[in-house]
Design a protein around this ligand. Structure first.
Ligand code: AFP
Length: 334
């Protein structure tokens, strides 16, 4: 008998264990199937006519790539008819997307960044999809923005899919973080790691160092001490990586530890930060905490931030929990 555990079996066993209900199981299956479609579209590269700019901008004022638009459409179409959702929010859409009246409504809200890291697509570097699932408030059938503005602690599921050398889905339903690898021969996501544990300490950090002149003093001091290595107050050498695809940088941390930082700086202060709370920071924070790591704004646990806007940005630090605590100490010391 096969010892391989496909995603479907994993989710049925989670339902039997009372961790999820049938509607949430269907939701996750549908999102995973949509991610397979995105993976296949991306893998065509220049042969698929899907590279380059779409010729429009999103709510963030950022130029949309063709694959941003296509990924968003794949996720919207896949989730419209299943009856598991009351509403959808996306980085690519200003307002929440209603479920068409011709379809039944469900009890969940789905939020996603359909293609994170899209500035890397045209140079064939890993990109990904990030998603977050919330409960729709009781009695609400036409959810408005306010109904989505729940803190990260309210998430019932979160995940990302990295479209890299292999396509990997990383998922939590609140009982650990688990890794599934796409078997392209069968089209199934197969469980390849049950119960990720992020090492509590690290010697690897991820930050965009070109922003150094814009950093606040505590951030500058923290990074300078990392660079000083064993000759400085940290007493050990550090290595650095910056892929500029959050999903890829976070997946490295899931795989071997590390700390990821996108602090607020003079360049992005007026926006509140670079990364978005609802569909980037919160799902990643849920996944990282469920894997034994930590995620914060530098001052506050990420999952406890009370959202004020659907596309709100926040400073982000996450990863190996002892290193996140060291960064937070630098921030307290000023
Ligand atoms: P894009 O989706 O516009 O490529 O942005 C990716 C991202 O939101 C996140 O995935 C990266 O960690 C971060 O931005 C990279 O930001 P910089 O381009 O400022 O390094």
């Amino acid at each position: 008998m096969s010892t391989r555990t496909p995603l479907t079996r994993f989710l049925i066993e989670a339902e039997r264990a009372g961790q999820i209900n049938a509607e949430l199981r269907l939701l996750i299956e549908v999102v995973a199937r949509a991610c397979k479609g995105i993976s296949y579209a991306i893998s065509k590269g220049a042969l698929g006519g899907v590279l380059g700019d779409a010729g429009a901008s999103n709510v963030q004022g950022e130029a949309q790539k063709k694959l941003d638009v296509l990924s968003n459409e794949i996720l919207l179409e896949a989730n419209a008819w299943g009856g598991h959702l009351a509403g959808i929010a996306s980085e690519e859409m200003d307002e929440p997307h209603p479920i068409p009246d011709v379809y039944p409504k469900g009890n969940f809200l789905l939020l996603f960044d359909p293609l994170d890291g899209s500035s890397n697509i045209d140079v064939n570097v890993s990109v990904g999809t990030i998603f977050s699932v919330l409960r729709c408030p009781d009695g609400v059938t036409e959810p408005k923005t306010a109904h989505f503005l729940q803190p990260g602690t309210a998430q019932v599921a979160a995940g990302y899919t990295v479209y890299g050398p292999s396509t990997v889905l990383v998922l939590t339903v609140g009982h650990g973080t688990h890794v599934f690898t796409l078997d392209r021969e069968t089209g199934s996501f197969i469980l390849t790691q049950r119960g990720v544990r992020i090492p509590e300490d690290t010697q690897e950090y991820a930050i965009n160092a070109s922003n150094a002149r814009h950093w606040d003093a505590p951030v500058k001091r923290y990074v300078d001490d990392l660079v000083a290595g064993r000759t400085g107050p940290r007493g050990k050498d550090f290595n650095t990586r910056w892929i500029a695809s959050m999903v890829a940088d976070v997946h490295r941390i899931m795989s071997r530890g590390g700390i990821f930082l996108y602090p607020v700086d003079a360049k992005c202060r007026d926006k509140g930060g670079r990364l978005r709370l609802m569909y980037e920071a919160n799902p990643m924070a849920f996944l990282v905490e469920q894997a034994g790591g930590a995620a914060s704004t530098g001052h506050q646990r990420m999952l406890e931030v009370q959202p004020a806007g659907l596309h709100q940005r926040v400073p982000v630090v996450l990863g190996s929990k002892n290193e996140v605590a060291v960064f937070e100490r630098y921030m307290r010391e000023g």
